[in-house]
Design a protein around this ligand. Structure first.
Ligand SMILES: Nc1ncnc2c1ncn2[C@@H]1O[C@H](COP(=O)(O)OP(=O)(O)OP(=O)(O)O)[C@@H](O)[C@H]1O
Ligand SMILES: [Mg+2]
Length: 229
């Protein structure tokens, strides 16, 4: 059976990945501070909202008012969709998410069913992963989380904060997600440049290059030019 592809909403990206994310897949977007993870995640949700697919944004870090006003710069009116009942912003502590895992869904379950969410974002997964001390419990927790996301039937984007030396905090996650997209904001000849690399995507033929990206008036755009490090 042919899997349905879910457009990412990022111009230039879908044509590199067979039309978008696989329906119901779990996709990790990893990068350093300010690399564009939150913009990517909201742009993905906005694409759904504009096309009648409700979405939920779960965060441990971002503040609602600030995020809403920052995103307005790209013309993304989250408040409007929230009022329509198509979008929910959920500020959770990692402990609350931990409880949701133990309860097997809890409050998030109710919200997802109520708004009929098709797209889900967790921004970022890093502080959640840090709750678990060793790799085994971390792996168990991420499996439980993935099972829940599967149950909810959403296509998901999880963001992950990369450390200074380029390591993703939770190695357990890397093996379990369906795709990993890396965002770069690196210095080339004294100038910071942005890039995007598709590190892996199950069942998808994709390029192995790192492409230049930019953040403009409508958000992130992937260019055809290769990023030269
Ligand atoms: N309206 C805008 N126009 C152009 N560039 C912008 C605009 N708003 C933000 N940016 C750029 O995007 C960066 C922030 O992107 P974003 O918040 O998505 O990064 P992040 O990876 O989520 O960062 P963090 O790790 O801090 O959460 C800013 O540092 C700035 O360089
Ligand atoms: Mg962010």
């Amino acid at each position: 059976m042919k899997v349905k592809r879910i457009p990412t909403g990022i111009p230039g990206l879908d044509k590199l990945i067979n039309g978008g994310f696989k329906e119901r897949s779990i996709n990790l977007v990893a990068g350093g501070a300010g690399s564009g993870k939150t913009i990517f995640a909201i742009q993905f949700l906005m694409e759904g909202l504009r096309n009648g697919e409700p979405g939920i944004y779960i965060t441990f870090e971002e503040k609602k008012e600030k995020l809403y006003s920052d995103m307005l710069a790209f013309g993304w009116d989250l408040k409007k969709y929230e009022k329509k009942g198509a979008f929910v912003f959920l500020e959770y502590t990692p402990e609350q998410v931990k409880r949701v895992l133990v309860e097997g869904g809890g409050t998030i379950d109710t919200i997802i069913t109520k708004i009929k969410a098709k797209r889900l974002v967790i921004d970022s997964i890093t502080s959640f992963a840090l709750l678990y001390k060793d790799e085994l419990t971390q792996k168990e927790a991420s499996l439980a989380l993935f099972e829940l996301i599967n149950k909810w039937g959403c296509t998901a984007v999880l963001t992950s904060q990369e450390t200074e030396n380029g390591k993703v905090i939770s190695p357990a996650l890397e093996f379990e997600v369906d795709s990993i997209i890396l965002l770069y904001h690196t210095k080339v000849d004294g100038v910071r440049k942005r890039g995007l690399e598709i590190l892996k995507m199950r069942g998808t033929k994709h390029p192995s290059k790192t492409f230049e990206i930019s953040i403009g008036k409508k958000g992130l755009v992937v260019h055809e030019k290769m990023l030269k490090f």
